[in-house]
Structures are given as structure tokens and as C-alpha cells.
Design a protein around this ligand. Structure first.
Ligand code: FNR
Length: 383
């Protein structure tokens, strides 16, 4: 068992363990990847203020997100095809989150279905919805999330159209993967991954395949999906979805103050300041740079969360101290999952919690619910 000290350790194992095409699918941003890179590097520009001779005993990372108690304010973000990173990946991530006491968000584009994950877990998880052209299907998905007792709906707004990711095009990434010589070699050289995949029944996109007329297996799934992201999405449609869901509604993919205000107007209980991990508009600001004006505009009206670029507990600490109510992580837990399955997700959460807890203490604070900008040195462009 290797000694894991940080998320980067998990990343290195993950890279070796999964086929290159799935690693690249995760570890890429759109076009030049500028936003993807800056999401992470911008966190490093904010510095923490060390304090000494302050009582650091009895610390707590516990908080609340969307009215739910959490052991730390770090939810697992929705990640499509998680079940291709590790067999039954969604179930493993959901179980790890449940045991750790943080929310798990299941993607519309998950391999394991809502029902499969619900049957494998005992606490409610969150469901992420993409806005589909087929309104009936979207309504049916919302109903399925209700039936599965999902405790929040995360509606993603920044994927009406899909950003171009060069690596996926070059790898010829398709669903299902085309069996060409390079993809066969890729899978054969990652035989442990392949063996585990062969042992599970969950290899389809379970929220969709079998639930849409004409989409009865994975071969006709891609064509249907490609035409289903709705480029016409507008605030009226979001209002309609609001009316269909009684529980907490979180709007994800907000990067602009005007959109944040609109989100409040349509009744969002929370928003995620997110650029989809740098996978959509390349050249957009990093999320940590976008946060302050959004907080100033709507921070007292809705819960403001942040994702994109978090690789350390110190990043979480900075986002919280800036004023975010909570954070989401995507790749940081996918590295753990791909590296070691459920244990790897737990390890990723443990690493982040420890970094958060100790760094908070070094800053002279004992509770994540009692953080403010005094513990930060914030450079121009972030304030
Ligand atoms: C995503 N993300 C995403 N978001 C969403 O709402 N639905 C989805 O199905 C997906 N799928 C997806 C796949 C992969 C491989 C990645 C890396 C990301 C975006 C995700 O929820 C989150 O916003 C980012 O992952 C946050 O950035 P970091 O933490 O990965 O840097």
C-alpha cells in the first residue's frame, strides 16, 4: 500500500491505473486549457496569514450545505462517466461520501442509474440534471430523483453546448469506445481495470439507456445524447424546473454577477460558482477570481458554493474564508476513485479534511463556520 500524503499522490496512481482515453477525458480542459490551469494556479496567489499563541484545541470542520449537516463543507461534484474510471464508480463514490458525511452528487450522465445508487446507499444523495430538449424525459428524471429520495437537485447551466477538448478528439473518445488498435492496446495495458469492468453489470448510462424510446443500448445512446443538450435553455425553462422540484435547488455553472442575480430571482437555494472545471469556456476567469463580486451581489440571498481547481484543503480554506458557504470537488476525488476505488475516494476526503483542519488552525481559527478574509492576503484582481 503506497503512502498517500496529498491529492497529487492519488493522481499519479490514477494515471497509471486507468486507460489513457479515460484519464485524458478527466484531465483536460477545453481548447488551450488556460482556464483549467488558472483554476488551480489562482488559488496559490492568495496567501494565508499565520497566527501563533492562539488556542488551537477542539477544532471542527463541521458545517451545513443546503440545510444538511456535513462533516466538512466539501461535496462531491457530479462527474459524468464516473463508472468508467472504476467499475461501479458512482456507487463507490456515493458510499465513501456517505460514510464521511459529505454530499455526493450523481450526474445525469452517470453509468450507474439513480435507482442503482439509491439501492446501494442508505442516506440521500444529490442529483444533477442537465437541461434536455426532451422536457418529458427531464420531468421523468426529476420524478426518479424524488422517488430515490434525493435531497437536492443540482441543475447545471453551463453545458447547453459542449466545449472542445482536443485530447478527446485525438483519442477518438466515443461511447462506447471504438475498438481500434490504439484503444484495444490502451485497454489491454490496463488489464486490471478491464477485469473489474467485466465483472460488473453497470456498463451502460443507466439514467438514460432503457428509459428513452429507441435508446435501448449504448450504441444509440451517443447520438441521442448529442442532440439532447438544449442550446435554447433560458430562465423561463429554469423557472419551470424550479416548480417541479420542492427541495433545495442549486444552480451550477454561474460565473457572472448578472446570472447570479437571475438565479436568486428564479428561486435558487444555492448557486455553484463554477466553470465546469475549465472544460467549457476557455479564457473565462478562474472561479476563485470570480467569487467576490458574486458574493457581494447575492451572498446574503442564497448559499454560494465554489468549485473548479480545488486540489488541497488549503484551497477549500481560501474559498470559505473569501465567503463561500461550501465547495465541490471533481477531479480530486476522481483521482482517488481511479487509483483505489472507494478507499481512494475516502483517502481524498481525508487528505483534504486534514489539510483544511491544520491550515485553519495555523491561521488561528478553530471552526470552518467562523472564517473570514482576515486570515487571507488577497492580491489585486481577487478582491
Ligand atoms: C465534470 N463536470 C460535470 N458537471 C456536471 O454538472 N455534470 C457532469 O456530468 C459533469 N461531468 C464531468 C466530467 C469530468 C471528467 C469532469 C472533470 C468534470 C464538472 C464538475 O461537476 C465540476 O464542476 C468540476 O469537476 C470542478 O472542477 P475540478 O474540481 O475537477 O477542478
Amino acid at each position: 500500500m503506497p503512502v498517500i500524503t496529498c491529492i497529487e499522490d492519488l493522481h499519479r496512481i490514477y494515471k497509471r491505473r486507468v486507460p489513457k482515453m479515460f484519464y485524458d477525458y478527466c484531465e483536460s480542459g477545453s481548447w488551450t486549457e488556460q482556464t483549467f490551469r488558472e483554476n488551480t494556479s489562482d488559488f496559490d496567489q492568495i496567501r494565508l496569514r499565520q497566527r501563533v499563541a492562539v488556542n488551537m484545541e477542539n477544532r471542527s470542520t463541521a458545517s451545513q450545505m443546503a440545510g444538511q449537516d456535513v462533516s466538512m463543507p466539501v461535496a462531491l461534484a457530479p462527474v459524468g462517466s464516473t463508472g468508467m474510471q472504476h467499475a461501479d464508480g458512482e456507487i463507490k463514490a456515493a458510499r465513501a461520501a456517505e460514510a464521511f458525511g459529505v454530499p455526493y452528487t450523481l450526474s445525469t450522465m452517470s453509468v450507474c442509474s439513480i435507482e442503482t445508487v439509491a439501492a446501494a446507499t442508505s442516506k440521500p444523495f444529490w442529483f444533477q440534471l442537465y437541461v434536455m430538449r426532451d422536457e418529458e424525459f427531464a420531468a421523468a428524471l426529476i420524478q426518479r430523483a424524488k422517488d430515490a429520495n434525493c435531497s437536492a437537485l443540482v441543475l447545471t447551466l453551463d453545458l447547453q453546448i459542449i466545449g472542445q477538448r482536443h485530447k478527446d478528439l485525438k483519442n477518438g473518445l466515443t461511447t462506447p469506445p471504438k475498438l481500434t488498435l490504439p484503444t484495444l492496446i490502451d485497454m489491454a495495458t490496463h488489464w486490471r481495470w478491464g477485469l473489474e469492468m467485466l465483472q460488473t453489470k453497470n456498463r451502460q448510462f443507466g439514467n438514460i439507456v432503457g428509459h428513452v424510446k429507441g435508446v435501448d443500448d449504448i450504441s444509440n445512446f451517443t447520438k441521442w445524447t448529442r442532440n439532447q443538450y438544449d442550446p435554447r435553455l433560458d430562465w423561463d425553462r429554469i423557472r419551470k424546473i424550479r416548480a417541479q422540484w420542492d427541495g433545495p435547488l442549486i444552480l451550477k455553472g454561474i460565473l457572472d454577477v448578472e446570472d447570479a442575480k437571475k438565479a436568486v430571482e428564479v428561486g435558487a437555494d444555492g448557486i455553484v460558482v463554477s466553470n465546469h472545471g475549465g472544460r467549457q469556456l476557455d479564457g473565462a476567469l478562474s472561479t476563485i477570481r470570480s467569487l467576490t463580486p458574486i458574493l457581494d451581489a447575492v451572498g446574503d440571498k442564497t448559499e454560494v458554493y465554489l468549485d473548479s481547481g480545488i486540489r488541497k484543503g488549503q484551497d477549500v480554506l481560501k474559498a470559505l474564508a473569501m465567503g463561500a458557504k461550501g465547495t465541490f470537488i471533481g477531479r480530486a476525488y476522481i483521482y482517488g476513485l481511479g487509483a483505489m476505488g472507494q478507499t481512494g475516494v475516502t483517502t481524498a476526503l481525508e487528505v483534504i479534511q486534514k489539510e483544511l483542519d491544520l491550515s485553519m488552525a495555523f491561521c488561528g481559527r478553530r471552526q470552518v463556520t467562523n472564517l473570514d478574509r482576515d486570515i487571507l492576503q488577497i492580491p489585486k484582481g481577487f478582491e
